[in-house]
Ligand binder design. Structure first.
Ligand SMILES: *Cc1c(COP(=O)(O)O)cnc(C)c1O
Length: 345
């Protein structure tokens, strides 16, 4: 029986075209900036996002770390949401390795931060305070139902940043999901940001890597920081080759992922014992709760896993399922049937 793995879109494997491109990639030493395939990926990504320059890094976590360190010196402050990936899931790297002070503000359910909260968080020039240097947003917002954040909102945050001489970074790990959901190009979505990162290894389904995009000065600084962090890779063209194919072929898949997530959410709303508002599901991430006292969240996860279906329990009453390349419509039906069956008995 096929295993259905809904834990994350990071479990995706490369497509046949990606594997072929990896096999045949023209390679060089990327630390010497000699790898033609990496150079091509960086040029392609910069053009796609409408910015000057780009940099391949090993992971989304390093993309955010490098970006924050390129924008902020030690003791300076970044304003970011309390549910964002950088604050929760990146092992405190910005503080540990950059000495950057995280100033967290409440993330609204749609992944935004209240504009007045941002205005009030910016520090006046006073010896007591750290210098505020950066605002970081996340799009789509993973922990806030995978919600896409609008161009209009990003513009308003950028206005505040500019008025206060701050930079704006966007963690766009799933920016292509936001682009598909909002019908906006990634260029439109990142026009007002100073830097943006995206993951090749999530919905885009390439095996490894993230890309940072920004102006040439920023990327030059980021390249040095990447080296210092041990992220300078040599024949990285094998990874870039898959990324280039992904940028060309995976957007229709992301549309399918969103349809599958919607069908999954609608199905969950029909199952007694589960709790969801399917209107919250706008991209490929589906959060739902347990509304049954017949079992615990970990019981349900375990029983599903015994039947070949994997997903995550995040907290005492929250589950997450993520749709992606390799998950088909019939896998959604199977998942719903098995869950309904388990909750009935
Ligand atoms: C996955 C993710 C990252 C980076 O993750 P890596 O596993 O390090 O590639 C960053 N931000 C968000 C919002 C993510 O979902």
């Amino acid at each position: 029986m096929k295993k259905i793995d809904l834990r994350s879109d990071t479990v995706t494997h490369p497509s046949p075209a990606m594997k072929k491109a990896m096999m045949n990639a023209e390679l060089g030493d990327d630390v010497f900036q000699d790898d033609p395939t990496v150079n091509n990926l960086e040029k392609t990504a910069a053009a796609l996002f409408g910015k000057e320059s780009a940099l391949l890094v090993p992971s989304g976590t390093m993309a955010n770390l490098v970006s924050v360190l390129a924008h902020c010196e030690r003791g300076e402050e970044v304003i970011l949401g309390n549910k964002c990936h950088t604050f929760i899931y990146e092992a405190g790297g910005i503080a540990a390795f950059g000495g950057v002070h995280p100033h967290t503000l409440i993330n609204q359910p749609d992944g935004t931060i209240d504009l007045d909260d941002i205005r009030h968080a910016i520090r006046p020039d006073d010896v007591h305070f750290p210098h505020t240097k950066l605002i970081a947003l996340e799009n789509t917002h993973n922990k806030c139902n995978g919600t896409p954040v609008s161009v209009e909102y990003i513009k308003l945050v950028s206005d505040i940043a500019q008025e206060n001489d701050l930079k704006l970074h966007i963690d766009g790990a799933r920016i292509f999901n936001a682009s598909v959901a909002l019908g906006k190009s990634v260029q439109q979505l990142n026009k007002y940001a100073d830097s943006v990162s995206f993951c090749m290894s999530k919905g885009l389904s390439a095996p490894v890597g993230s890309v940072i995009i920004g102006d040439s000065m920023f990327i030059q600084k980021a390249r040095r920081i990447r080296k210092a962090l041990g992220g300078g890779m040599r024949q990285a063209g094998v990874l870039a080759a898959a990324g280039l194919v992904a940028l060309g072929e995976m957007i229709p898949q992301i549309k399918l992922d969103h349809e599958n997530a919607r069908i999954l959410a609608d199905g969950i709303s029909q199952i007694d014992g589960l709790d969801i508002d399917p209107r919250n599901v706008k991209t490929n991430i589906v959060y739902f709760g347990l509304a049954s006292n017949k079992m615990t969240t970990s019981d349900l996860v375990q029983k599903m896993e015994d039947r070949g279906i994997r997903f995550l329990a995040l907290g005492p009453n929250q589950f997450r399922m993520v749709t992606h390349y390799g998950i088909e419509r019939k896998d959604i039906s199977t998942t719903l049937d098995v869950m309904a069956h388990l909750l009935k008995n």
